[in-house]
Design a protein around this ligand. Structure first.
Ligand code: BMX
Length: 280
């Protein structure tokens, strides 16, 4: 029997049927800009009603933090949801099963990459550069939970600067591009940069420098065998290579080993499905 795996991020919602770590069906929808998680989940379950009977367990990976089955945002600029939404109870009702597990999206993706992606069974830190910046940590073969890996929420001493992801992520890129191109998306910034537009190249360069510094600091804190980079921005053409270049010529012992997420945008659904299987 397959696992129904859902991944709800700041930009898109992905539903997948996962069997033996392989994605067999997918359905993707943009995360609505209005309404609430109850409505989003209802429309997602409506869209995949044809999958009924093909799964008996469910995993949900979400942007934000899960405590006792309830979902809260840490940065409302990344995803504007209410505090303490009863995620597990709602999904149990919509899916018609009590076998529901929920986790943070980047932590689930870290587990996916560790167990069947770019980690190849070695301890890793996963970083997603997407709407926000998320992360997950696998140490001694164990996935850390709770607030761990929330690198996007790191702060500097400058209280007015907000949090790190407000200066690096896809949301930030789009906001920086707005004066040049009203309504531009992060993807359009990459297109403009590829077409030789200096303003767009500067936006990407600024994001890359922050990500490189973050990777250096992560190496000193956790010394992972690998840092695996995913997310729409992290996997955009040229981004990872630019981060490698921005790391410059560090002594080899201090140099993070950067790898692209092998599962691409499926990392979260594959990871949460594997966590569900291990629990049941
Ligand atoms: C934010 C935070 C993390 C999440 C990360 C990446 C919220 C709503 N989310 O730091 O929990 O993992 O963004 O999220 O506070 P994504 O939506 O960009 O995938």
């Amino acid at each position: 029997e397959a696992v129904l795996a859902l991944d709800i991020g700041g930009t898109k919602m992905l539903a997948a049927l996962v069997r033996e770590d392989t994605v067999v069906e997918t359905h993707k929808m943009p995360t609505p800009r209005s309404g609430d998680p109850e409505q989003w989940l209802t429309s997602l379950f409506d869209a995949i009603s044809g999958w009924r009977g093909r799964y008996d367990t469910v995993g949900v990976a979400v942007s934000g933090i899960i405590d006792d089955g309830c979902w809260s945002p840490l940065n409302r600029k990344t995803l504007d949801i209410p505090d303490g939404f009863p995620l597990v109870a709602t999904v149990k009702r919509l899916a018609g099963t009590d076998a529901v597990l929920a986790a943070n999206d980047a932590q689930a993706a870290a587990w996916g990459e560790f167990s069947c992606g770019a980690g190849q069974g070695e301890d890793l830190v996963f970083l997603t550069i997407s709407t926000g910046i998320g992360g997950g940590i696998v140490v001694n073969g164990r996935l850390l939970g709770g607030l761990s890996g929330h690198f996007g929420l790191l702060r500097s001493l400058d209280e007015n600067a907000g949090v790190l992801e407000d200066h690096v992520s896809g949301n930030w890129m789009a906001a920086q591009a707005a004066p040049r191109q009203a309504g531009a998306t992060a993807r359009e910034v990459f297109e403009a940069a590829a077409a030789g537009q200096a303003w767009a190249q500067d936006i990407i360069k600024a994001s890359v420098r922050q990500t490189a510094l973050l990777c250096r600091n992560i190496q000193l804190m956790l010394d992972p065998a690998r840092i695996v980079i995913g997310g729409g921005i992290g996997l955009a053409p040229g981004y990872l290579e630019s981060v490698r270049q921005a790391l410059g010529s560090l002594p080899p012992r201090l140099t993070p080993q950067l790898h692209a997420a092998a599962l691409g945008e499926s990392a979260g659904v594959v990871g949460i499905a594997d966590l569900v299987k291990r629990q049941n």
